[in-house]
Design a protein around this ligand. Structure first.
Ligand code: NAD
Length: 346
């Protein structure tokens, strides 16, 4: 049987490892490319049946046209979020599948790791003791116990994070556009999250509607000293407003695993270069900001699940013409839709 050929963009060593492990039986011919998927690089997918893309591959109209030109009908995202895909334009041109869940624990635990690092100044203490500086000045933190955490988005990751916070004896309030009935979660309005939380953690997808939900206005509604954690998508936070909020001492700390302009920076080594993005440079220079470069998903367990679900998605879609993990634009043809799984429309 002929192998399924996949053009794999933005490939890192850990991707190669986990996908090669899952492809030990050689069912797929995976062509790994370091480059991002762009209109200029889409031609690398010539002769493939599917492209495999990640969070910073921009799958807009130009890329989609390039893929269609080459007869490629399947984009397999190896991530959960799909804000980087123009789903409306993709409709009836290419199909898009994703990995809806691979390890909510990986991301939720990273969010808590960032929070603990920040409030207990572990990032500062680590550097000090490596320099044999054992003084404690400036390292005072605060107890998480008894503090109120506001969770925005109570899906898979949000709920794991809520459970972790409850383990710390924190008071949890939450906002979700679609609250889960009988979940035992105390839902409040978004404004109540802003006003009452000592810590706010974001676990909702990025959409046109919630882009820059953290802005000058919402920051002004928050408690003085609030700690913000974003492991979701950078576009939820207006970075300029965040800088101003920190400079004015209104925001106590920020823990960022994602950044709105991360696409050409995160996942790359710029240690020998001048970083061009002044806002990012300013944020990184602040003692109460911790930045990790979209690392929350990066656990052994998550990578294994990502590789196996992505390859299953591709195989299932190409052999059966649909996948449970397809995301599809909510078209007017819902009633006559040939896709079996209409609930997958967005
Ligand atoms: P999920 O679909 O299980 O949950 C998302 C929740 O957000 C749902 O309950 C939904 O109702 C809610 N929601 C949707 N729109 C909202 C809005 N405007 N305001 C408030 N809530 C809203 O998704 P998940 O698996 O929990 O993942 C959440 C997000 O985490 C993803 O969308 C992705 O952006 C991000 N993520 C980041 C990483 C990382 O490595 N940093 C890894 C995986 C996922």
């Amino acid at each position: 049987m002929e192998k399924i050929r996949i053009a794999f963009f933005d490939a890192k060593d850990y991707d190669r490892q986990s996908f090669e492990q899952q492809n030990a039986d050689d069912r797929f011919d995976i062509r790994f490319y370091d480059t991002l998927l762009t209109p200029d690089t889409a031609s690398l997918a010539e002769g493939c049946q599917a492209v495999c893309a990640f969070v910073n591959d921009n799958i807009g109209p130009e890329v989609i046209d390039e893929l269609v030109k080459r007869g490629i009908s399947l984009v397999a995202l190896r991530c959960a979020g799909y804000n980087n895909v123009d789903i409306q334009y993709a409709f009836e041109r290419v199909h898009v599948v994703r990995v809806p869940a691979y390890s909510p624990y990986a991301v939720a635990e990273h969010a808590m790791a960032l929070l603990l690092t920040s409030v207990r100044r572990i990032h500062k203490a680590f550097i000090r003791t490596r320099d044999f500086n054992f003084s404690l000045g400036g390292l005072m933190g605060f107890d998480l116990h008894g503090k109120t955490v506001g969770v925005v988005g109570t899906g898979k990751i949000g709920r794991v994070f809520i459970n972790i916070c409850r383990g710390f004896g924190m008071n949890v309030i939450a906002y979700d556009k679609f609250p889960a009935p009988d979940s035992g979660i105390q839902y409040v309005s978004l404004d109540e999250v802003w006003q009452n939380s000592d810590i706010i953690s974001f676990h909702c997808p990025l959409t046109d509607e919630n882009r820059h939900m953290v802005n000058a206005e919402s920051i002004a509604r928050m408690k003085k000293g609030v700690v913000l954690i974003n492991t979701s998508r950078g576009g939820l936070i207006d970075s300029e407003a965040l800088v101003e909020g920190i400079k004015s001492r209104h925001i106590g700390a920020a823990c960022l695993d994602v950044y709105e302009e991360e696409a050409n920076v995160f996942f790359h080594d710029f240690s020998g270069h001048i970083v061009e993005d002044d806002t990012l440079a300013r944020l990184i220079s602040m003692p109460n900001v911790i930045v990790t470069s979209h690392q929350a998903f990066l656990t052994r367990e998550a990578l294994g699940n990502i590789a196996s679900t992505t390859l299953d998605n591709i195989q299932t879609f190409l052999s059966q013409g649909y996948s449970d993990n397809e995301i599809c634009y909510k078209c007017p043809k819902l009633s006559t839709c040939v896709q079996k799984h209409e609930r997958k429309c967005f």
